[in-house]
Design a protein around this ligand. Structure first.
Ligand code: GLA
Length: 742
């Protein structure tokens, strides 16, 4: 049993393989957070002796006990305006004017299996591996009950949290904030590691010492955003890759979110995560319930690598539902950087012939194939082929692709509408705009109001129609602007605060139906690259275009940051032409091939422009991807260096059984008199004997033979390491393949 109740002490304990999480019912019913950390039996109430901290008030029932205040005790789900002045989870305004929330324990229930969240993506239980704890708290004055939901995945060291908020009164209640969870960490000194960025430079790690006050990570953009990722790590000040205490908090949500962290007067930490509360409100009529999105929690004292591995495995097994998740993906060629908007059927077929000759299996037709779409100013919404470019529509083109032996994939951006489109002319009211105000434009386009069921239905029917009428095996689902003008003609004035979240529910509903109806289709998520790279999207899409930046050196940094929370199986990465279209940098093709070894591997260039040597190198890359791709897809990733710190970046993937591994190193700062590159390998079997093959060296090698032996023990490779030769030139790289000899 991973969930237990001690009636004497009134404690509820969640146990996973390596962690313990404990809560207890306080003297007047507050649900207190007693402990989350390394596995330890026993009770933890003794950690919180009475302490009278001036100006921290007392519940009425405890007016004689000034040592007890909700303001100083760690809470499981903080109320508001009722004595706890730290970050609240719940803010309400009832129709009769009652505000605030004073939540007290009523009951709890332990259920087999994992709870679900209607309308929202959430983790799922595969083989009876999870249990659910539901704890009901209530505030009779506010007329609400809050059911706190805990999913315990004992073997995975994961605890998920969400809340169900019910209006149990006879009048309406407006939620002004409804967080998913609160995690109080009463003791210790903590840093916040979060992942910020911008378009084409997503998920750059930043580690900050927490100081008193609130640090907020989040998005107001209607998408999880390029600017902040909904995954953060709270780590001990001495935490590093291989050691140290780390808590991970990952929101399973793709819209505006907030993860706020507060260091309070007692030097205690509180993290509150969920839907962004400014701009949000939600009215519950009597009897109605609201479900918050889920947050995935994990703790380790083994450092960032151990935490990352927990999330990688959990996302692959318990979040991603696509049958493609751990299956080798077709190697593709995408038309975007090869042709942009400038193509016709002949040009596409010539690119496709070249792709086939290189060994690609799938041709992806990117933007520009539909409506009147010769630039990004028009056509969104008109999801039928542009017959000027594609005479006879998509069918003859797909037929020709089939004759070439290529599967066919299509780009769509279905959440959007251009003012210059048939769809907008027919339904101007379907776009999110505020009456009387010119809407804000992004890439000259507007956003469809997916909070309206009829718009969401149209969207489902349109994409389902394409997938039914044509032999399409892959969809790249793009989204190229942030949400503004959140006003829906489908909702009354007093419910406009619901539009942002209802948009997400509309979108999730469409994705749920599409992925269920067309399970064979490989869906790739995209939002101008990685602007919506989150666990919510991964519930539907097994892979996401990680960034519009295809420069391999920049990509190493982006993929490094991404890897803290997300597995390589989720990362779509392509080899593009050099000089790179985003940065102008020139890099060798071999280095581009190594940097693009993600779950979704492919090319984004015109094969007609390649030299015979380059074409040969690409054939080798594709063969290598077929042979070793499974290690990247299902193995463990080790970050051996930090991109930008030091002259080279090295990383290693190891199959889950430790038998096969690839080491990659890229010189990111070519220097005079370059030194040999030394790294210690990780994740190998110390006693195993590994055959080491020099997979590839791209760039001139300064030294001669450098692997005198053919076989090394795992211990020698991990504790002694490997010294790669010094390499000269523009961003050279090297890769080794290791295989255990049984
Ligand atoms: C976005 C995507 C790109 C490409 C373009 C097409 O920017 O991230 O990969 O599909 O749109 O307009």
């Amino acid at each position: 049993m991973s969930i237990s109740y001690d009636p004497k002490r009134k404690t509820l304990t969640l146990a996973t393989k390596n962690t313990t999480y404990q809560m207890g019912v306080g003297p007047v019913g507050h649900l207190l957070h007693l402990y989350y950390g390394r596995r330890a039996e026993g009770s933890f109430g003794h950690l919180y002796p009475p302490h009278d901290c001036g100006f921290s008030p007392n519940p009425y029932e405890l007016r004689d006990e000034r040592g007890w205040s909700p303001d100083t005790m760690p809470q499981e789900y903080s109320g508001s305006d009722t004595g706890d002045f730290r970050l609240p989870c719940l803010e309400i305004a009832a129709e009769d004017g009652v505000r605030g929330a004073d939540l007290r324990y009523v009951r709890h229930e332990i259920r087999p299996g994992k709870y679900g969240l209607p309308g929202l993506p959430a983790s799922f239980d595969r083989e009876g591996e999870a249990e659910t704890l539901a704890v009901t708290l209530s505030d009779p004055a506010a007329g609400v009950e809050v059911e706190l939901l805990y999913g315990v995945f004992a073997a995975r060291d994961v605890i998920t949290r969400a809340a169900r908020i019910v209006n149990v009164s006879t009048r309406a209640v407006r939620l002004e904030k409804a967080a998913s969870m609160c995690l109080d960490i009463p003791f210790g000194t903590w840093d916040l590691l979060h992942f910020h960025g911008r378009h084409t430079m997503e998920r750059q790690p930043e580690r900050t010492c927490l100081s008193h006050g609130v640090q907020s990570v989040g998005s107001r953009r209607g998408a999880s955003s390029h600017q902040h990722d909904p995954f953060v790590i709270l780590c001990g000040r001495d935490a590093a890759e291989d050691a140290g205490e780390c808590y991970g908090l990952m929101s399973v949500y793709s819209g505006s979110f907030e993860t706020d962290v507060e260091l309070d007067q007692m030097n205690a930490l509180r993290a509150v995560a969920g839907i962004r509360h400014d701009g949000f409100s939600w009215t519950l009529e009597p009897g109605e319930a609201f479900f918050t999105p889920e947050v995935i929690l994990s703790f380790t004292d083994g450092g960032f690598t151990a935490l990352s591995h927990t999330y990688h495995r959990f996302l692959r097994r318990n979040i991603c539902r696509s049958p493609w998740t751990e299956r080798p993906r077709p190697i593709l060629l995408n038309s975007w950087e090869a042709a942009y908007f400038d193509f016709d059927a002949d040009k596409l077929l010539s690119i496709a012939r070249g792709a086939k000759a290189l060994g690609a299996e799938l041709f992806v037709l990117d933007d520009g194939w539909f409506g009147v779409r010769n630039s990004d100013s028009s056509g969104l919404g008109d999801w039928f082929a542009n017959e000027k470019k594609l005479p006879g529509g998509l069918a003859p083109l797909i037929r020709e692709m089939g004759r070439l032996g290529l599967r066919f994939g299509l780009w769509v951006e279905p959440e959007m509408v251009s003012e210059d489109s048939e769809l907008y002319r027919a339904h101007p009211d379907w776009a999110l705009t505020v009456p009387g105000r010119k809407p804000v434009l992004g890439r000259e386009q507007l956003v469809l109001d997916l909070s309206r069921p009829e718009v969401a239905d149209w969207l489902y029917d349109t994409i389902a129609g394409l997938l039914t009428d044509y032999d399409i095996s892959y969809i790249k689902w793009d989204m190229n602007r942030s949400l503004t003008d959140l006003y829906s003609r489908g909702l009354p004035p007093d419910r406009q605060g619901e539009v942002g979240h209802r948009y997400m529910l509309g979108l999730y509903g469409v994705l749920e139906r599409l992925t269920a109806s067309f399970p064979h289709v490989l869906f790739e998520g995209c939002a101008g690259g990685g602007g919506r790279f989150d666990a919510g999207m991964l519930a539907y899409f097994p892979q996401i275009w990680c960034s519009d930046n295809t420069d391999p050196i920049a990509r190493l940094a982006i993929q490094h940051g991404t890897s803290f929370g997300y597995p390589m199986s989720a990362v779509s990465a392509h080899v593009s032409a050099s000089p790179n279209h985003q940065t102008g940098r020139t890099t060798p093709l071999g280095t581009r091939g190594l940097a693009a070894m993600g779950g979704g591997f492919g090319y984004e260039l015109d094969p007609g422009a390649l030299t015979p040597e380059e074409a040969e190198e690409i054939r080798r890359q594709i063969a290598r991807c077929r042979e070793y791709g499974d290690i990247v897809l299902t193995g463990d990733l080790y970050r051996l260096t930090v991109p930008g710190k030091g002259p080279f970046t090295a990383w290693q993937t190891v199959s889950e059984d430790g038998a096969r591994s690839i080491l990659c190193a890229v010189v990111t700062e070519p220097a005079g008199n370059p030194l040999p590159m030394h790294v210690r390998l990780k994740g190998l079997d110390p006693a195993g004997r590994y055959a080491v093959t020099d997979l590839d060296v791209f760039g001139s090698r300064e030294t001669g033979a450098w692997l005198p032996e053919e076989e090394y023990t795992g211990a020698a490779l991990m504790y002694g390491g490997v010294t790669l030769p010094s390499l000269k030139g523009d961003y050279p790289s090297a890769a080794l393949y290791l295989e255990r000899r049984d």
